[in-house]
Write a protein that binds this ligand. Structure first.
Ligand code: 2NE
Length: 275
């Protein structure tokens, strides 16, 4: 595909082509660890992709290889800017703004596919986890490090991980902080597919193109339905938002609004109380 740059950022690349957005974390010298600025830029790009009605799929990946030949999807929060109360940006304010990004990726009504080459570690592992699908290169390495480096993600990073790999395995991943290769990740249901590294982007595009052939409304309702199973009232809000959207598209829904604007009682008599 002919990727077109959308906007120039400092810590990420953002491209679009043929209904697909590609967002690339570009800090290979840090194994693509994120600082607050990285997350703000990712958030802005994801918001743009969400709002763009021509975009149905977002590919999230990491730039690489680094000059030492190693690849990374993302190595989590940048420990060199971690202050006492979070990751500190240029404004001196400590933040954990990656949690906002997690919620956006999870709730946006587009399919987000993580393309993982090399390390998906710590908060970087959680980022791939909350994507809808993950395609791994054969050199991918997965793991959590929190208890080793004085951190943890007890949100999606723990509870959603356990939904995917089961309670025993999720506790192993967090309590032992081991690293797992692509095949091990595949065996525990953490990834959808493994390809040679030189085929990673092409495979992601192929999967994206298959999704793009499908009904956007069916996909958005399914994504929110999958989320609703795990996400409590926030999940129900997403699912119900789609019900409202579909209702607005009906004549029955439009009659209520029209009657209000015309200052008359609504007439719903022609709409059946379906069984
Ligand atoms: C990723 C990993 C396993 C790679 O190991 P290796 O041996 O291939 O590379 P190396 O030499 O460790 O790293 C290369 C360069 O990247 C930097 C390193 O400091 C090193 O820099 P130089 O010495 O060459 O200058 N780098 C790598 N990861 C970094 C990071 N996260 N922050 C800052 N610099 C980083 C290995 O690098 C590793 O284990 N990295 C740390 C992974 C980690 O613990 N991440 C934070 C987890 S906590 C978190 O992300 C989080 C959370 O728990 C809750 C909420 C939000 C975030």
């Amino acid at each position: 595909v002919d990727w077109q740059p959308v906007k120039t950022y400092e810590d990420i690349f953002y491209h679009k082509a043929n209904g697909i957005a590609k967002i690339t974390i570009n800090r290979p010298h840090k194994r693509n660890a994120f600082r607050p600025k990285t997350v703000f830029e990712l958030y802005e790009a994801f918001c743009d992709a969400r709002e763009d009605t021509s975009i149905g799929v977002v590919l999230l990946t990491g730039a690489g290889p680094h000059t030492d030949g190693k690849y990374a999807f993302c190595a989590g929060g940048d420990q060199s800017v971690r202050g006492k109360a979070g990751y500190v940006g240029d404004d001196g304010i400590p933040r954990l703004n990656v949690l906002d990004l997690q919620r956006l990726i999870r709730s946006m009504p587009k399919v987000v596919i993580a393309l993982v080459a090399g390390y998906a570690i710590g908060g970087g592992h959680v980022l791939h986890l909350i994507c809808d699908l993950t395609i791994a290169a054969d050199n991918a390495i997965f793991g959590q490090t929190g208890p080793k480096v004085g951190s943890f993600d007890g949100g999606f990073g723990a509870s959603y991980l356990a939904r995917i790999v089961g309670q025993k395995k999720a506790r192993e991943i967090w309590f032992l902080c081991r690293q797992y290769d692509a095949q091990q990740a595949m065996d525990m249901g953490l990834v959808n597919h493994i390809v040679p590294i030189n085929q990673l982007e092409a495979e992601g595009i192929q999967w994206a193109q298959e999704v793009l052939q499908k009904s956007p409304t069916a996909i958005r309702c399914l994504k929110s339905a999958f989320n609703a199973d795990c996400d409590g009232q926030a999940g129900l809000q997403e699912l119900a938002g789609n019900a409202t959207l579909l209702y607005y598209l009906t004549e029955e829904g439009a009659e209520g609004k029209q009657a209000f604007l015309e200052k008359r009682p609504p007439d719903f008599s022609q709409y059946p109380w379906l069984p």
